[in-house]
Ligand binder design. Structure first.
Ligand code: SF4
Length: 271
């Protein structure tokens, strides 16, 4: 079975990107003006593929390619030390968690829900494709049932170095608030929450599983946030004729992030 670890169709990667900068979102999603990408994302993708294979094999999928085959295909074009690191991490991961009580329920499967506005201003969580609702999707890295029968939505994260601030930040991350709604809708009472499954890369071997810090008010606000974002997208799709018509955020913490200057800065500055 081929593994699709790519973006979900209407997920946080799109809604969240819009919230950061509608102009950047439009450059990349309407006008297909790409980003430069980078080595760290390549290594993260490779480790994700290996983890997906690990859990599909655990679930009994006998059609999975070997680890070496994935390293050869997905790792093609990457530096040798990154491919070696990915191999080392997945072999150690399997050993580290060989006694885990996780039974995989879904691996890299897209889950869909809808958000439906009400007359009183609230927004309800409903089945996807309910008339009048906004679609929200997530391709969840892994859904598992633990030894107590509780269901967890697990997100694999690779980090050069895991710090306290690394997992603190995910408590504020819309991806996890969306996963909470999806988990509750699809798995009901058995759903226990979300988990971050960290794999440290360049700073040395380390694995860590943590729950993102609680953010109940942000989770409660999430349906409204997605409905509002989808409405804004729709509005500007109807209005904008050229890239410069889309609103630009023009904020120094967005235009210059920890990854460097926005790929579109020159285009955005001069039109
Ligand atoms: S330079 Fe800033 S305003 Fe322009 S697209 Fe990038 S993030 Fe948006």
């Amino acid at each position: 079975m081929a593994i699709d670890t790519g973006r979900s169709s209407a997920g946080w990667s799109s809604y969240g990107a819009w919230r950061k900068c509608p102009r950047k979102w439009a450059y990349e999603n309407v006008y297909s003006l790409g980003t430069s990408g980078g080595g760290a994302r390549g290594l993260g993708t490779l480790i994700h593929e290996l983890l997906a294979r690990h859990y599909l094999v655990k679930a009994g999928d006998t059609s999975q390619p070997s680890i070496e085959s994935i390293l050869g295909t997905v790792g093609n074009g990457m530096k040798a030390d990154a491919v070696d690191l990915a191999r080392s991490r997945i072999l150690s991961y399997a050993l580290q968690y060989s006694a885990e009580d996780w039974t995989p329920i879904a691996v890299e499967q897209e889950h869909r829900i809808g958000f439906l506005p009400q007359e009183d201003g609230s927004v309800l969580l409903v089945d996807a494709d309910t008339p009048g609702s906004v679609l929200y999707t997530a391709r969840i890295d892994l859904v598992v049932k633990d030894g107590d029968g509780r269901v967890w939505c697990v997100d694999h994260k690779t980090a050069s170095q895991i710090r306290e601030s690394t997992h603190t930040r995910y408590g504020l991350h819309g991806q996890f608030h969306g996963l909470w709604h999806i988990g509750r809708h699809h798995y009901g009472e058995a759903f226990a929450g979300t988990l971050i499954n960290f794999v440290q890369t360049w700073a040395g071997e380390r694995f860590l599983r943590v729950r993102p810090p609680a953010a109940p008010s942000m989770i409660a606000n999430f349906p409204k946030l997605i409905y509002a974002t989808a409405s804004e997208m729709q509005l500007w799709k109807g209005i904008a004729k050229v890239p410069e018509d889309w609103p630009a955020t023009s904020h120094e913490t967005v235009c210059v992030s920890s990854y460097g200057v926005c790929d579109h800065a020159t285009r955005c500055r001069f039109g």
